[in-house]
Design a protein around this ligand. Structure first.
Ligand SMILES: [Zn+2]
Length: 265
């Protein structure tokens, strides 16, 4: 599924990508939509058929050999490139040794996150954030991991996806939160700059971004659909937020089912 920011005040735009086909999901809001998993899964990296999906879309061999499936992607502070054990040093040079952004977002309350600069604002839309603010830019993914570990002393790095889907999220003053956190973590940031160089971690003077989602009605109670348990998902499409489709019959996280072959009705 591809999510693009809306132009001006327009909500984000959702497109379901199925092979060559493109389905405009915003256009299906308020209408009946059926998704049926055919029981086939193709690895999102190599295209091979796989019985089970690993790390949200990979076959087992890819899961075990690709750098993008290594645990250091989720915990960049454990980067082991300099130990000479990176699974794919060339991939790492293109993806990890690139400027990364540390941001604050409001998806279900205040959270901290990191991403490659080029992944914004997609990353925020994926999380269903209603506000976001880049606060620091760092030279590498590993450095962003160390900064995130520091921020986790003060703020969560998680989204409560149920609260996010229910739309129970109060707007925050992200500039005030940023100033508060930078002041509180000043000592820790100074230590990281000593280690990586004064220029490696620098503050950004950005403006908070507001993100809108196409939602007709938020669910009061969250029921999850799961293709592995029930391959037919149908209902009236009531909304799109984060990686979720919100039906009157329940919600489904499509990211979880990346690589699943699905028939659309
Ligand atoms: Zn594969």
């Amino acid at each position: 599924m591809a999510i693009e920011p809306g132009q001006g005040d327009a909500p984000a735009h959702y497109t379901l990508l199925a092979g060559e086909h493109r389905l405009d999901l915003n256009a299906r809001l308020g209408q009946s939509l059926g998704l049926t998993w055919t029981s086939a899964i193709a690895c999102t990296h190599c295209g091979r058929a796989t019985k089970k999906s690993f790390a949200q879309g990979y076959c087992y061999p890819c899961f075990k050999t690709l750098a993008q499936c290594d645990t250091c992607i989720v915990k960049p502070e454990t980067c082991h490139f300099f130990a000479g054990t990176c699974r794919e040093p060339q991939w790492a040079e293109q993806h990890c040794f690139q400027p990364h952004v540390v941001y604050l977002a409001n998806s279900s309350g205040l959270k901290v996150g990191i991403t490659r600069k080029s992944q914004l604002p997609t990353r925020w839309l994926d999380q269903g954030a209603i506000q976001a603010l880049p606060i620091l830019e760092v030279d590498t993914r590993q450095q962003s991991g160390f900064v995130e570990v520091l921020f986790k002393e003060e703020v969560s790095d998680r989204t409560n996806w149920r609260a996010m889907l229910k739309g129970e999220v109060e707007p925050l003053d992200l500039i005030a939160e940023r100033n508060r956190l930078l002041a509180r973590l000043e000592g820790g940031l100074a230590r990281l700059r000593e280690r990586f160089g004064a220029d490696a971690i620098h503050e950004l003077d950005a403006t908070p971004v507001e993100l809108e989602y196409p939602v007709l009605e938020y669910p009061r109670k969250i029921v999850s659909h799961n293709f592995d348990k029930a391959p037919d998902v149908t209902g009236t499409l009531l909304g799109l937020k984060g990686q979720y489709l919100i039906f009157d019959s329940g919600v489904i996280n499509l990211r979880k089912f990346t690589g699943y072959e699905v028939e659309v009705n």
